[in-house]
Design a protein around this ligand. Structure first.
Ligand code: FAD
Ligand code: NAG
Ligand code: NAG
Ligand code: NAG
Ligand code: NAG
Ligand code: NAG
Ligand code: NAG
Ligand code: NAG
Ligand code: NAG
Ligand code: NAG
Ligand code: NAG
Ligand code: NAG
Ligand code: NAG
Length: 629
């Protein structure tokens, strides 16, 4: 980052401590007593702001958060739930483009990620789902003691202030009967329901019931493989977006020991050797002593998200040896997993066009109708603009999607673990070993009745989107230049993001099963009341033609923007990057805390889990660290 800009910000901000013009030298046990900051957090998104808040609760430590983006201006485009999903918000986006998707149609995909204080929680769809207990039990099974559902539940609760906020009639019509003991009532993040629901949600739930998919009363209580009205990250009273900035930062900016600098793009972590005793297999343990250009720390916390954190590690000398060599950076730690194991929820929307006369949908929100909805929202905080784009969803199990579910599993089981991993660095023996374990877990999970395989998302106009929840494909992220700002461009043009959607064709087959399921769903009595009138390729004829549908999937596949897994919490021999306290292997004071640490993606929208992970690790900071040996 540019030091003069940082200094300017520091000087104009009343809440900053006086700053030493010359950074104090680092290098011995007393360094924290001399340093400007005890903790430097890179990235002020979901995880970074949680950690910044919790660490600075202790007034005896100093914390600096560096965020590349700026503060939003509380524009209605950001805060009003009804405007979510109506086009992206360019001012707050990194504008990433993926590598051409060779297993689809060879086209790149646009990839939204928040470049703003609050990160992607300023852009996201507000959907708040935790997933199933099985999702987190899988994390523990993969070699991460302390990360099962039971271990994480207290932190889901800690982050949340849940208010159902709906009347008894709506509650019973929409099956909203929360299990209060599984919810937080005093956490920073407000979670609740909007004051308006589109009637089509009822048709969707009825249709699911007709197909023997029951509806959950509380989708966040540990079982999620059913239909549901998902809660939203909105404040109950205001009916406006709740994000990590409003939940975790705005209220604590006046803490004298918490410094926040926006507009600061970190380009490298400064790393040196910590001791002269080598620890196999890492060699000399490394220590992070700052970022360019702020120095002296107790710890550096990387919270730049699943795409930027691994790229920052690589340019700082921590990553797969062949990539470090290509980047021509000094190798600090040879960690094959950095930037690998990328997982995401790929999706395809099918449009059935509800044509029943008098239907009210988001399509009606134009002209005078929009104007009066805006007036109603501004005056009363009621009406259609309180409703997010998506709240009616389902996470059906593979068994409930397709009758030949076991042959899908067998097809996958007949492949070898390395077959579909990225070639070269992606097939390092550690990564193959790690994926082998993930694979057997995936097979177990997909055989269960109570675990979702796919998400179906219903909007009000007739789109039923199918999103793969347990992908078998693995992608990668890598820095293309040791200088992330090389060629006078932004970070994003010096990073290659390749999700490798459907690298394993089983993923596209499961999406196909989802689209087939949708044709059954729109054919139910509940859904037929909406008079769906699909045109090709969603009409009856095409939807029976698998060849045609696979072509459509390849052409139309996009994403829920849920990147994770690229700095996985896994044992080192399984391609792990961080240990169960989220300390990077081979270092003694560098942590990663963001979606990248998820070893295997949960069948859920990710934000609730990221908040919980960050709450949990905040507790670990007070404990002595395990130096991995
Ligand atoms: C369009 C969209 C819709 C989504 N919808 C939902 C949804 O409805 N429900 C849900 O649960 N989840 C949703 N998600 C996902 C969810 O928002 C993310 O999983 C979550 O925000 C990830 O948190 P994070 O802390 O890992 O990263 P982020 O929240 O993205 O934060 C990373 C931060 O680091 C900053 N940063 C990156 N590089 C640097 C650098 N070099 N220097 C300084 N700062 C840097 C970024 O600007 C950003 O602020 C959505 C995401 C997107 C993009
Ligand atoms: C530790 O660092 C301080 C500040 O740089 C220095 O004054 C002191 O001599 C150092 N002590 C040791 C043992 O190196
Ligand atoms: C993304 O694009 C928009 C619109 O072109 C621009 O305003 C914004 O600054 C870009 N974001 C970054 C990080 O460059
Ligand atoms: C939790 O939400 C309720 C209802 O909106 C509100 O009254 C209360 O102040 C909130 N508590 C916290 C700690 O934010
Ligand atoms: C690699 O770095 C060394 C030393 O910093 C430099 O001399 C050399 O030119 C670099 N090579 C490339 C290909 O950039
Ligand atoms: C919504 O708009 C459609 C036309 O696009 C119209 O047929 C319908 O009656 C409108 N719904 C309401 C409730 O006004
Ligand atoms: C706000 O609510 C009041 C009371 O229900 C109602 O009379 C008024 O018309 C509403 N205002 C708007 C702009 O909808
Ligand atoms: C996968 O195949 C192995 C043998 O190759 C078999 O032992 C195992 O039961 C299979 N698993 C599933 C879920 O079919
Ligand atoms: C980057 O910009 C600087 C100053 O504008 C210029 O001197 C340099 O040549 C540019 N580098 C590249 C690779 O375009
Ligand atoms: C930067 O520019 C040089 C010279 O134009 C080019 O060779 C190199 O590939 C570019 N790097 C990236 C990351 O685009
Ligand atoms: C729709 O339902 C009708 C009768 O309920 C049935 O004959 C038809 O095959 C179904 N179509 C699909 C695509 O499931
Ligand atoms: C199915 O779709 C493919 C590709 O679009 C097409 O070539 C084929 O004729 C279709 N089959 C039938 C039976 O319509
Ligand atoms: C403006 C400034 O101080 N830039 C420095 C940042 O740090 C790098 C190396 O760590 C120096 O080369 C720059 O001069």
């Amino acid at each position: 980052m540019d030091f003069s800009a940082c200094l300017a910000i520091i000087l104009v901000s009343a809440f900053f401590l006086s700053v030493h013009a010359i950074p104090l030298p680092c290098g011995n046990a007393t360094e924290s007593l001399y340093s400007m900051y005890d903790y430097i957090i890179v990235g002020g998104g979901v995880a970074g702001l949680v950690v910044g808040n919790r660490l600075s609760e202790n007034s005896s430590v100093t914390v600096l958060v560096l965020e590349a983006g700026e503060f939003d201006n509380s524009e209605e485009r950001v805060t009003v739930p009804g405007f979510v999903g109506q086009g992206y918000n360019p001012a707050y986006d990194w504008n990433i483009t993926t590598a051409p998707q060779q297993f689809l149609d060879n086209n790149s995909r646009f990839y939204c990620q928040g470049h703003v204080v609050g990160g992607s929680s300023i852009l996201n769809g507000l959907v708040t789902t935790r997933g199933s207990s099985a999702d987190y039990d899988a994390w523990a099974t993969l070699g991460n003691p302390g990360w099962s559902w039971r271990d994480l539940l207290p932190y889901f609760i800690k982050s949340e202030n849940f208010t159902a906020n709906i009347g008894p009639d709506t509650a019973s019509a929409l099956h909203i009967q929360p299990e209060i003991s599984k919810h937080g009532l005093s956490g920073p993040l407000q979670v609740g329901y909007p004051r308006f629901f589109y009637n089509q949600s009822r048709n969707f739930l009825q249709g699911l019931s007709e197909l023997d998919i029951p509806i959950l009363d509380d989708p966040n209580a540990g079982v999620s493989a059913r239909g549901m009205i998902a809660p939203s990250s909105i404040s109950a009273g205001n009916q406006s977006r709740m994000d990590s900035r409003r939940a975790y930062l705005d209220g604590v900016l006046n803490r004298p020991n918490l410094h926040f600098a926006s507009g600061q793009t970190v380009t490298r972590i400064l790393i040196r050797t910590a001791s002269n005793h080598p620890v196999p297999p890492f060699g000399y343990i490394k220590r992070a002593y700052g970022v360019e250009n702020v120095t002296c720390t107790r710890e550096v916390v990387l919270a730049a998200g699943a795409i930027f954190s691994p790229a920052l590690l690589q340019v700082s000398g921590i990553g797969p040896a062949p990539i470090l060599r290509e980047l021509n950076v000094t190798m600090q730690v040879d960690l094959p997993g950095v930037g690998q194991n990328l997982q995401d929820h790929a999706m395809v929307g099918a449009f059935y066009d509800y044509t029943i006369p008098g239907l009210f949908s988001t399509r009606n929100l134009t002209g005078d109708v929009l104007q009066s909805a805006q007036e109603e929202y501004r005056t009363n905080r009621t009406g259609p603009l309180t409703a997010p784009l998506i709240s009616a969803v389902a996470f059906p199990s593979l068994r409930s999607l397709v009758s030949n579910w076991s042959s899908v599993i067998e097809t996958f089981n007949s492949t070898t673990p390395e077959q579909y991993l990225p070639p070269g660095t992606g097939r390092h023996p550690h990564l193959v070993a790690g994926f082998t374990q993930q694979r057997s877990l995936l097979l177990q999970l997909l055989s269960r009745y109570d675990v979702g395989a796919l998400e179906i998302l219903a909007d009000s106009i007739g789109t039923l989107t199918a999103a793969i929840q347990r992908p078998f494909s693995r992608g990668s992220v890598r820095a293309l230049s040791a200088d992330l700002l090389a060629n006078n461009t932004t970070l994003t043009s010096n990073i290659r993001l390749d999700p490798r959607y459907c690298a394993n064709p089983t993923d596209c087959s499961i999406l196909l099963a989802g689209l087939r399921f949708n044709t059954r769903l729109v054919n139910t009595t509940g859904m037929q009341q909406l008079l769906p009138s699909p045109s090709p390729p969603w009409d009856a004829a095409t939807s029976q033609n698998d060849t045609a549908l696979i072509e459509v999937i390849h052409r139309n596949l996009v994403t829920e923007f849920h990147p994770c897994g690229t700095t996985a919490m896994l044992p080192f021999e399984l391609g792990g990057v961080v240990d169960p306290r989220l300390v990077v292997y081979g270092t003694n004071n560098l942590r990663v805390v963001d979606a990248g640490i998820m070893p295997i993606i949960p069948a859920a929208h990710l934000q609730a889990a990221v908040y919980a992970v960050a709450e949990k690790v905040s507790f670990y900071f007070s404990l002595p660290k395990d130096i991995p040996v």
